[in-house]
Design a binder for this molecule. Structure first.
Ligand code: IVH
Length: 692
């Protein structure tokens, strides 16, 4: 880019950032994610670094965040309400340290306090003679908005503070006098759990749900009617004294936090003090993985020089004090375009919508697809193809669409209508009462067949390596595989045909070799033990562990097929639903044919498994009952998790049940567990039990 173009780009960038500042701070309706915003600012700073002469006072780098909206009275802050410079990683944090160390060699011996960087809204609270007198938003850093009436409704804000800290500090000769005029700063936010509850309530009332806690908190605080604010689960954590008169304030951030706590302010309990920068950085980095342990959303940690006098003397750059740095965690929410909604058919016939996205990087991974949960979710959130959507990818959870950025609609986006027929076989879909999911009930549906075969050949089932999904699809398309048993009558030519079609371009091994290996793997699988064959059948609810138990109780497929629901239920871990599913599976004509063909193919093991298929793990010997919808695990997923760590999932609660895993909207099992005194845990605790 030549200089002229660069300058023009610079001006545009400034306008863009102003625009997004306004959306974020004044309208509480951002159009881009924090990550995208930060990128714009970084670019702006880079240009300014190369061209200091272009920088005018109206550059977004020269003043803090927002304009003041017209609705509220203005409040001039007694001191500028500063922001923080960002560090995106340990190297950035070290570079900050080096910069300040060069400015002042006292930094070398400095201690650091690390606190969570709460993703909320900065507020400034004034106390006169120990009484909460005024509260303001940060505004542009110089002037904020008077939101005293709204803040009074926030229960975490003390309306009165003692003029002598309570209890008084121990081991100190003289008491420091609490200032008669004290101005503190903190962050208002909505805890994640409360946010979810709020959204559920709105959903039940058929109202629009919110996208995320931060914007909801911001919107709630800037209501002209305080009763609306009062109805929102806002809370507060305080971390700074902005100004004081007629008294004393501790001169170290660490002591300040303890002191604020003694005055009755809510203060984080996660903060820690470190003797050197490296240990402070190590602690900071460790919180990236642990951020979900916090009850609120944190977008990073703040590393602060503990000595507040030293920090103050370091001064600031623009609006950012030199004495502290915000260490940002990688963003987990990003906006992108929803190109379309695809519908997939699962093994059990459930139709699930899948978001096809314009590729976007989230926390180091390129995301092109995300889950939309189910069709009700799409309707509730009013997600439309063509929308700009907010996508979240956190931890190991599959990326999901949070919701649309409605303000960016062009007006051409049409609501999505769930299909009435199966996208794979064209048969009408069915809805079962009391269930959100809709199903393709056509047992011959090719899409279900693909999933069935995929499961049949998978590692925990018949373990046929080399029969990848692409080959399976080809074989089904060619009519060579109509059910799982057809795998055993495949001929070399059939496989060759499917392989060459698939691998024409990419094949590393010659198709002949692939076909021979595959035939050998198929042949070997004939010798798989009974428990694996039972697993491979793909009966709803029968995982590896139940299959092993069943194979011990009914040591042949003949015996299993002849068992009644009552007999089946005698098996540990088999409740009425699974027993019913097994009986139902064997009663279907189509499945009976599959069994006949398997028997003819020599896949007919007799006798219980010799090797113990029960997995050893931290959950060994424990039984679990799951009720309600879990935050991230599906029903199958939680079962798999428990079983893969050696535990058992059973259907009904008894005194012997080790734990009840409780989700949202639980059934009667919850009550029963309470009656019987069975321990109740949530998904997070379950994960800890299994993994730690
Ligand atoms: S210290 C001079 N500490 O993050 C003091 N800020 O990106 C500057 N924030 O504007 C702020 N948690 O609204 C500080 N523990 C914390 C914080 C925190 C959240 C916010 C604050 C600030 C923004 C900077």
């Amino acid at each position: 880019m030549d200089e002229k173009n660069l300058q023009q780009h610079y001006e545009e960038l400034k306008q863009q950032i102003h625009f997004h500042n306004h959306r974020y701070h004044v309208l509480d309706a951002p159009l881009i994610s924090d990550l995208e915003y930060d990128k714009l600012v970084i670019e702006l700073r880079q240009i300014e670094a190369g061209h200091p002469d272009w920088v005018t006072p109206d550059s977004p780098t020269q003043r803090a965040g927002a304009e003041v909206s017209e609705k509220f009275e203005k409040v001039r802050h007694p001191r500028p309400i500063l922001s923080l410079a960002n560090a995106f990683g340990a190297e950035d944090a070290r570079a900050w340290y080096e910069r300040v160390r060069k400015l002042d060699d006292r930094v070398e011996k400095a201690s650091f306090v690390v606190e969570p960087k709460i993703d909320g809204l900065s507020v400034v609270l004034h106390y006169r003679d120990g009484v909460f007198a005024q509260g303001a938003t940060r505004g542009d850093g110089e002037i904020g908005e008077d939101i005293t009436a709204n803040l009074r409704t926030v229960k975490a804000i003390p309306l009165k503070i003692p003029l002598i800290p309570n209890p008084p500090p121990v081991g100190r000769g003289e008491e420091i006098r609490v200032p008669v005029y004290l101005v503190v700063r903190g962050e208002i936010f909505i805890p994640v759990k409360d946010f979810e509850k709020l959204n559920e309530r709105l959903e039940e009332n058929g109202e629009k749900t919110y996208l995320n806690p931060r914007n909801t908190a911001a919107g709630s605080l800037r209501q002209l009617d305080p009763s609306i604010t009062a109805a929102r689960p806002l809370t507060l954590l305080v971390y700074q004294v902005v100004y004081s008169e007629g008294g004393e304030v501790p001169a170290s951030q660490w002591e300040l936090l303890q002191w604020l706590k003694r005055l009755g302010f809510p203060v984080t309990d996660v903060a820690q003090r470190f003797e050197n920068i490296e240990s402070a950085i190590a602690f900071t980095v460790s919180w990236d993985k642990r951020r979900d342990e916090l009850s609120y959303e944190a977008d990073g940690m703040v590393i602060k020089i503990d000595d507040l006098d030293l920090a103050g003397e370091l001064g600031f750059v623009g609006k950012d004090p030199r004495g502290a740095i915000a260490f940002k965690f990688p963003a987990r929410e990003v906006t992108t375009k929803l190109l379309g909604i695809e519908v997939e058919v699962g093994r059990t016939g459930v139709l699930t919508p899948k978001a096809v996205l314009e590729a976007v990087e989230i926390n180091g991974v390129i995301v092109k697809n995300a889950t939309l949960h189910n069709f009700d979710y799409i309707a509730e959130k009013d997600i439309r193809p063509g929308d700009r959507v907010l996508v979240k990818r956190a931890g190991e959870v599959i990326p999901y669409v949070i919701g649309p950025v409605v303000d960016l609609r062009t007006g051409l986006e049409k609501p999505f209508t769930p299909p009435l027929t199966c996208p794979a076989c064209g048969q009408p879909v069915e809805h079962f009462e009391g269930e959100v999911a809709c199903y393709c009930v056509n047992a011959a549906c090719p899409a279900q067949l693909v999933r069935n075969v995929e499961h049949f050949v998978s590692r925990g089932s018949m373990d046929i390596t080399g029969l990848g999904i692409k080959i399976v699809e080809k074989l089904i398309e060619a009519g060579l595989v109509k059910d799982v048993a057809d795998i055993y009558t495949l001929k070399r030519e059939d496989i060759l045909e499917a392989v060459t079609k698939k691998d024409r371009k990419t094949g590393k091994e010659p198709p002949g070799k692939i076909a021979d290996n595959l035939l050998a793997a198929i042949d070997t699988s004939r010798g798989q033990p009974l428990n694996r064959v039972i697993t491979a059948l793909g009966i709803h609810g029968v995982g590896e562990v139940s299959a092993a138990d069943l194979s011990r109780a009914f040591p042949s497929l003949d015996l299993l097929r002849a068992a009644s629901a009552d007999q089946l239920q005698k098996v540990d871990g088999v409740g009425p639903n699974i027993a019913e599913a097994i009986v139902d599976w064997f009663s279907r004509e189509r499945n009976q044919k599959v069994l006949e063909k398997l028997e003819a193919a020599g896949v007919w093991p007799v006798g219980a498994a010799h090797t113990s298929p029960e997995r050893e793990g931290l959950l060994s010997g424990m039984t679990f009952v799951v009720t309600g919808t879990l935050p991230t695990f599906s029903r199958e997923g939680v079962k798999e998790f428990i079983e893969s760590h050696g535990g058992k999932v059973i259907d009904s609660v008894s005194k012997k049940t080790s734990y009840l895993v409780l989700g949202e909207a639980p059934g009667s099992k919850y009550q029963k567990a309470q009656e019987l005194g069975v321990k109740v845990i949530g998904e997070e605790e379950l994960k800890k039990l299994g993994l730690e």
